[in-house]
Design a protein around this ligand. Structure first.
Ligand SMILES: [Zn+2]
Length: 378
């Protein structure tokens, strides 16, 4: 294997990924390949970089599962992916050293939450008793919990000014002021809260320009809630039967799934629950498990919750952590334009009157066609 070090790479993200992977206890060496100082990379480390950067780094946002666009293995060497950027030379260095090839990968659909239940509810759109039975199967796989008297729930409101510190200001907003959200709809009003303050701040997308007000509530009578983040998968004989993957999809995917989420919350309400617990969308990028507590109706007015304290909040720190992935220019050669240019060129060869300028013009057109960059994402 050719020597490869952390300085051999051109692409910033790969270099940084490599620096996170290597053991920095070893000393930097002068690399025989790039002649710079760097940390030597073993083939195990190069495979970790392949996985972190090209595989995990290619997972699109809001797909609700580990569904990468690229994968690699030894059978696909030298690979069929080209980025048409500085990445190609870096990729070649790694694949030549490790004898693996990167290829376009179609992940199994269950990884995206397209399970059997999802198939029946959305693609087959089954109706009537069959639909009720599917919802029943999903709901009965989730865990029923009781929030006892005294249990603490937080809720945050943001705005251009502070609302008065009275309890009605922190109940579910009146219907005329609410837009349909992930779980609430015209027929189902929802009080969105959480058992920790940070989840509330994430969920309200609180920013530095907002006035932020926190209300602390205490549960006044035992509340029966369904915990959608705790499911029993013992009945699932294959990945396609798993309920957690579909529910994860509903928590993490964007607006496309709101109508199914709203239907789920109506079905839970129909079965007599006071509310439900779900994974927060922001839990996808958080070290702690973030859970939302959603209660039906107007729990403050209905005396299920009592406000015990209100505060103004100031955000004092925001930090992001990130990992790197590939982008390409996804260049697709316009074959019809190329054919047209080819015809013009053969005409010019036969044309005794053609000038150097005409030939140069055509050559410029060819250059711009070949180097044209597309905005189409991978
Ligand atoms: Zn090097």
């Amino acid at each position: 294997m050719n020597e490869i070090c952390t300085s051999c790479f051109e692409n910033h993200g790969i270099k940084e990924t490599a620096l996170r992977v290597i053991n920095k206890q070893a000393d930097q060496v002068v690399c025989k390949s790039c002649l710079k100082n760097g940390y030597a990379l073993s083939s195990e480390e190069l495979l970790i970089i392949m996985n972190q950067f090209f595989v995990m780094g290619s997972i699109p946002p809001e797909v609700a599962g580990p569904a990468p666009i690229f994968q690699f293995n030894e059978y696909k060497y030298p690979g069929d992916v080209q980025f048409l950027t500085e990445l190609d030379a870096d990729l070649k260095k790694i694949t030549d050293a490790t004898r693996v090839g990167l290829f376009h990968y179609g992940p199994p659909l269950w990884r995206l939450g397209y399970t059997n239940h999802y198939q029946l509810l959305v693609f087959d759109n089954v109706q009537g008793k069959d639909r009720d039975n599917i919802w029943q199967a999903i709901i009965s796989s989730c865990t029923e919990e009781i929030l006892n008297v005294g249990y603490c729930i937080y809720r945050v409101r943001t705005g251009e000014n502070l609302p008065p510190a009275n309890s009605s200001e922190f109940d579910t907003p009146p219907q005329e002021y609410t837009k349909n959200g992930r779980f609430n709809s015209e027929s189902t009003q929802i009080f969105y809260g959480a058992s920790d303050i940070e989840t509330c701040l994430h969920e309200t997308r609180a920013s530095l320009s907002d006035y932020i007000m926190l209300a602390k509530f205490s549960v006044e009578k035992p509340l029966k809630v369904l915990n959608l983040s705790r499911t029993n998968e013992s009945k699932a004989s294959t990945e396609f039967d798993r309920v957690d993957l579909m529910l994860q999809r509903l928590s993490y995917v964007g607006k496309d799934e709101y109508s199914l989420c709203q239907e789920l919350s109506r079905e839970i309400k129909l079965r007599g629950y006071d509310g439900f617990i779900t994974n927060s969308y922001f839990g996808q990028a958080h070290k702690k498990e973030l859970l939302n507590i959603s209660l039906f109706g107007y729990p403050v007015a209905e005396k299920k919750l009592k406000i015990t304290s209100t505060n103004k909040l100031q955000i004092t720190s925001i930090a992001y952590e990130y990992s790197y992935g590939p982008v390409n220019d996804n260049h697709v050669l316009d074959k019809s334009k190329l054919k047209l240019l080819g015809e013009k060129m053969s005409d010019i060869v036969l044309d005794s009157e053609a000038s150097f300028d005409d030939v140069n013009k055509l050559m410029d057109e060819l250059k711009s066609l070949v180097s044209c960059r597309s905005n189409k994402p991978i």
